[in-house]
Design a protein around this ligand. Structure first.
Ligand SMILES: [Zn+2]
Length: 301
């Protein structure tokens, strides 16, 4: 069996920049997901809608499709009374993406578990390992090719998720953090973790690629600056970035992500030129953004 260093996903990203997909939440809302409703329940209740979103990203040229399981741990699902469906939801999510992947890789999506580790919170490291194990095992059963541990603020939580995934199966694990400006051109997570500390923790835990996503207070130039800091911190480890479509603004009571497809394409071109290996989108990005980004990346190659 091929180890992660020889996994086709890893090999391909050394040869060309891979296009990850974009926002899932905003696409679900566009299809009628209500505020407070569990997006992950749609894997069971509205499979056609979830499949259609994956299909649209694939048609836009995305090489990586991310499962609809951002809040798919038992603890996060419990906030919607859906904890007992954790296995079925994660299995279904992976197989929905698998069904329409058409040659793309399926990334099993793992987000924050929704609490805090001891001593700040009440969850022990062993409890957290069990929480992540349950979700990741079901994602792999459903057909995930790799795991992405994303939007993390606590590097200890990220480390546990990465290690747990690596213990379950010999698959690549990608790891991203959510950073925000911390003054003087530097960035930290909400928990105060610096770029070098976050990236080093993820690499030491066994991540095959590292980076950032979902900086809700980051403008497009912040992502350019952050990308340089990620590359410096990661050394030879491949770097990925999934920017939001700009920092969201309230317009007439609605949250709007301001960046259009052309601006995101310019950003993607710059990121590819800097040496990033996986580029995608997060909140507010759509298949149209991703198509333009993919074309911009391909045009410079
Ligand atoms: Zn996001």
């Amino acid at each position: 069996m091929a180890g992660p260093s020889t996994h086709p996903l890893i090999e391909t990203m050394t040869q060309r920049v891979l296009l990850c997909d974009g926002g899932m939440g905003t696409q679900l809302i566009a299809r009628g997901l209500s505020p407070g409703e569990s997006a992950e329940r749609w894997n069971l209740d509205r499979p056609d809608d979830v499949r259609a979103i994956h299909r649209a990203y694939r048609a836009a040229g995305c090489d990586l499709l991310t499962t609809n399981t951002f809040q798919g741990t038992t603890t996060a699902l419990a906030q919607h009374g859906a904890a007992r469906d954790v296995d079925a939801i994660n299995r279904a999510a992976a197989s929905l993406a698998r069904e329409v992947a058409d040659g793309a890789w399926v990334l099993g999506d793992v987000g924050p578990f929704g609490g805090f580790l001891e001593p700040l919170g009440e969850t022990s490291a062993q409890e957290l390992r069990d929480i992540f194990h349950r979700q990741i095992a079901a994602l792999i059963e459903g057909g995930a090719d790799a795991i992405v541990v994303e939007t993390m603020s606590d590097h200890a939580e990220s480390r546990i998720a990465i290690q747990t995934a690596r213990q379950i199966a010999d698959l690549p694990v990608l790891a991203t953090f959510a950073f925000q400006p911390a003054g003087s051109g530097i960035y930290r997570t909400m928990m105060g973790v610096s770029v070098p500390d976050a990236i080093t923790a993820a690499i030491e835990a066994g991540a095959a690629a590292v980076g950032a996503n979902c900086g809700t207070t980051l403008g497009l130039d912040d992502y350019r600056r952050l990308a340089g800091q990620l590359l410096e911190a990661a050394g030879p480890t491949p770097v990925m970035l999934q920017p939001n479509a700009g920092s969201p603004e309230m317009v007439d009571g609605t949250l709007i992500h301001p960046a259009g497809a052309e601006e995101m394409a310019d950003l993607a071109r710059d990121l590819a030129a800097m040496g990033l290996r996986i580029i995608g989108g997060c909140c507010g990005t759509t298949p149209d953004h991703l198509r333009a980004m993919g074309q911009a990346i391909a045009a410079r190659a």
